[in-house]
Design a protein around this ligand. Structure first.
Ligand SMILES: [Zn+2]
Ligand SMILES: [Zn+2]
Length: 271
């Protein structure tokens, strides 16, 4: 789906959203869980572009639902994998690898239940693989060929970034630092108070930006009142994300699922 000329939310991706920047230079922001490489490559081909022209795979953070297909996409295209230095760890022979989640940082229970057994997905699609990071970025770095500025927004993870396309398209990529519940934005579910405070500080830094469109790790892009919604999120204290409220109303949700259940209906929904 073309969000605006040259900016595509790639269809059929499992896990997070994957957004392709296909202006003069090509880059992708996030890749979904493992196993999306072919779908991304065929989308690029469908646009009449050569997958070997994909130059950067930019990861908003290391979580598997965003980084899972980075290594395979790198192999298919030759693109360079870009992440914040806080999301890396030393690999063999002087290489840098993307961190793998440890227990406290793994996306919680939904991961194995939603994407694992219930989704009938193989273990290979729900586990971290080695992912070499070719370029690390820090706050304020710019990829000039794309007009993309990196804003470091620690909180959800130590090296979470919100890249901002600074050309007239003015697109902000929020990764998992904020979720789009359509009516309003919310913060991701976090138990750790110190990390919540850190995320709040990060979100505060975004208040004065002038983005016209926002893309999220999960959920549809936002094309109206973007900064009003970001600012109103930072005005509110940490509150329950909409999906958690939905969990509290599990019975209602179950009835709804029974009504809408059909094969393939319950795809995605990952946070
Ligand atoms: Zn995440
Ligand atoms: Zn996510």
């Amino acid at each position: 789906m073309e969000i605006m000329p040259g900016i595509h939310r790639i269809e059929g991706i499992t896990g997070s959203n994957a957004v392709l920047l296909a202006n003069e230079q090509m880059a992708i922001v996030d890749t979904g869980i493992p196993g999306n490489g072919d779908a991304i490559v065929s989308y690029i081909k469908k646009l009449g572009r050569n997958p070997r022209d994909l130059r950067w795979i930019i990861l908003t953070h290391f979580h598997l639902d965003h980084s899972g297909s980075a290594a395979e996409l790198q192999e298919l295209t030759g693109a360079r994998i870009v992440a914040h230095e806080g999301e890396t760890e030393p690999g063999p022979n002087g290489t840098l690898l993307l961190r793998k989640g440890n227990e406290g940082e793994l996306p919680p229970l939904w991961y194995r239940s939603t994407l694992g057994r219930r989704g009938g997905r193989s273990r290979a699609r729900t586990r971290y693989h080695d992912t070499v990071v070719h370029e690390t970025v820090k706050n304020g770095d710019v990829i000039p060929e794309l007009g993309l500025r990196i804003i470091h927004t620690p909180g959800h993870t130590p090296g979470s970034i919100c890249p901002l396309l600074e050309n007239k398209q003015s697109v902000l990529f929020l990764g998992d630092s904020a979720l789009n519940n359509v009516d309003r934005l919310s913060r991701p579910l976090m138990w750790d108070r110190a990390k919540r405070r850190q995320l709040d500080q990060s979100l505060h830094m975004l208040r004065d930006l002038d983005a016209h469109t926002a893309c999220f790790g999960h959920g549809p892009p936002l094309t109206e009142q973007v900064m009003d919604k970001v600012r109103s999120l930072t005005d509110r204290p940490y509150d329950l994300p909409t999906w958690k409220i939905a969990l509290k109303n599990w019975r209602t949700l179950r009835r709804w699922r029974a009504r809408t259940a059909r094969p393939g209906h319950w795809e995605g929904g990952a946070r």
